[in-house]
Design a protein around this ligand. Structure first.
Ligand SMILES: [Zn+2]
Length: 69
């Protein structure tokens, strides 16, 4: 099982495996507990997860994150 979660420091989307305890954010380098992060979506395979991540990024682009740029 794979998860799409958000980093609770920078708010970016990233992928994690459900059995992982901790995850380093590839965007800001912050290390956090997967179980405490906000879960956006679930996927069964890595391929499905990366597709989901891309879709979610496109959906969010120009909305929430436009204010940051
Ligand atoms: Zn981050």
């Amino acid at each position: 099982m794979y998860l799409v979660i958000t980093c609770y420091r920078c708010g970016q989307l990233l992928l994690a495996q459900a059995r992982q305890k901790t995850r380093n954010c590839p965007h800001c380098g912050f290390r956090f507990k997967v179980e405490k992060s906000r879960k956006i979506a679930y996927a069964k395979s890595a391929r499905e997860a990366s597709l989901l991540l891309r879709q979610l990024k496109n959906t969010l682009k120009g909305k929430k994150y436009s204010a940051l740029k």
